[in-house]
Design a protein. Sequence first.
Length: 267
Amino acid sequence: MFKLKYLQIALTLYVVLIAGLVLFQRFIILHPKKLAKDYLYEFPKAEEFYVVVAPEVKLNALRFPSEDSISKGVVLYYHGNADNLARWGEYASEFTKRGYDVVMYDYRGFGKSNGRLDEQNFLFDAQYVFDDLSRRYNPDKIVLYGRSLGCGAAIKVASTNAVKKLILETPYYSLPDVAFSRFPIFPFKYVSEFKLNAYEWLTNVRSEMHVFHGTDDEIIPYKQSIKLLATTNRNLDKTLTTLQGGHHQGLDKFKEYQTKLDELLAN
């Protein structure tokens, strides 16, 4: 009787925890920061514009010109799960100094972009922005760069479009799999609002691809990249740059990252 009582308490707590995960998962996954509509970005060469994906939804975006007189193409940058373009715009120089224009946009509910983000419109918007960009650049001049959460969007777009390159920084097999790898007692596969099953799309990517991941990533474990790339027949040594001791942030500080990015964006 005594053991049964404690089993019932444990089961009740387990159910309560699952309910909490279901109710608050958006706040666990997404950490947007809003910006006032009149906010001025501190990027002197950036051009601000909006992508109208629906009459009631406008996505705020920035375009950064290449530092070279003739651009090699454009990097479409799908950013991570937090903040807004005021932060992510700082990474544009990694590509502009290598001869590429850069386009970044904020997801729905981030920065100056309006609307409520869900998995369906996250992927819809990713394709819509790509289509909009394709009116100014040939797809064979477009490099898709996904970072963290944005990797799912980049992979999905690359799976149905021929692009110049797909570059991923700290990607995942799927979001439920990331959560399950840390807390295997919870059924994330069945209760997650955002699944982003990157493994389903990666097998359809035909463009050149490369992945960066740190071995000490505390958010998306390094093994996620190994598991994701195992779904393809690509050479792991050539496709993955492993950054020993690298965390979820700061991979651009590694010499190996800079050297490989030089190689990837040489032409």
